[in-house]
Design a protein around this ligand. Structure first.
Ligand SMILES: [Zn+2]
Length: 321
């Protein structure tokens, strides 16, 4: 009896292995090729992170490590559009959208960088940190939520995050040794965060984390309005199973549609690795009057960004079958 079950199992396993090999392998290659084609030279960092060497699981609930050497992360803040200022690091982005009634801050970096890069950066640029009335955190990983408590405690802005990410902060045992930001506004899909003439539309894009928020908002370049699609979460450091990838893929398509509908011609992310923000800011110094803005890549290129993450996620999903 034992032997029979063993033989049957072996047969089932052999069949399973054959099925897993034959069809999907070709499809995985097709998705990788489609992602590579879509990336062109615009999104090599995104391609590398999601197709070439993707992460395969979530991080653990551990305390943040010691702050790295300042030299590895510090970069000067910069005015990038008439009403959008970069107050991030070499690796992570934080943006100040200025309006007639104050500032909307998008993402807050790691705890160790938030004081100098955000508070110091705003001051260096002639902006008043006490005018920050909203802080939108794309998702509750340490590299974007780290400075949320500092901002909330010191300047009292409203803090916006996705419901499941508020839950994750509350559940975390080790990740907030200096205290947690207090639950405030729970982001709703399509909600507008408006401050005078500045407005950000929230698009819920679960996947990278269950509460990831992406955004659509308008800026001006020498008075000319331009629309930004801000992708709130990119890498695959979540539970790698089929349902999680399905959620992630649906969100990439949802955001691609929202970007197309809004005619977004700029793609931003919260990591320079994905949108080359720091390099583009350097390029701005060499921009001559009448030349295009380095961040303005066009609606077709914005669509290609979401094609890269979609195709890479499909490849990773097929590898699980
Ligand atoms: Zn993250």
């Amino acid at each position: 009896m034992k032997i029979r079950i063993g033989a049957a199992l072996a047969m089932v396993m052999a069949l399973g292995a054959a099925n897993a090999d034959a069809q999907p392998a070709k499809n995985i290659d097709a998705h990788l090729a489609a992602a590579k084609a879509a990336a062109e030279f615009d999104f090599t960092g995104t391609l590398a992170r999601t197709c070439i060497a993707p992460q395969t699981g979530p991080g653990r609930d551990v305390a943040p490590g010691p702050a790295p050497d300042r030299k590895t992360w510090f970069t000067e803040p910069a005015k990038v559009f008439d009403n959008l200022y970069f107050v991030g690091t070499k690796i992570h982005s934080s943006w100040a959208l200025t309006g007639s009634d104050g500032i909307i801050l998008i993402d807050t970096l790691y705890d160790y960088a938030s004081e100098e890069a955000i508070v110091g950066g705003l001051k260096k640029l002639g902006l008043d940190p006490t005018k920050v009335k909203y802080v939108i955190v794309s998702h509750a990983h340490g590299d974007h939520v780290g400075g949320a408590k500092l901002m909330q405690d010191r300047f009292g802005p409203r803090l916006v995050m996705g419901a499941p990410d508020w839950d994750a902060i509350e559940k975390s045992v080790n990740q907030y040794p200096h205290g947690k930001p207090k639950r405030d506004i729970v982001a709703a899909d399509g909600q507008k965060i408006t401050l005078g003439d500045a407005s950000v539309t929230l698009i819920l894009t679960p996947g990278h984390t269950p509460g990831t928020i992406s955004m659509i908002f308008q800026v001006k370049d020498n008075g000319r309005p331009l629309t930004i699609a801000y992708s709130g979460g990119t890498a695959f450091n979540f539970v790698n199973d089929v349902p999680h990838f399905d959620t992630y893929i649906n969100s990439q398509r949802k955001m691609a549609e929202a970007a197309a509908r809004a005619n977004a011609t700029i793609l931003m992310s919260n990591h320079s690795e994905f949108d080359s923000a720091v390099t583009k800011i350097k390029l701005m110094a060499a921009r001559k009057p009448g030349e295009p803005h380095p961040f303005e890549i066009g609606a077709e290129a914005v669509a290609r960004y979401f094609k890269v993450t979609d195709e890479c996620a499909q490849a990773a999903r097929l590898k699980l079958l």
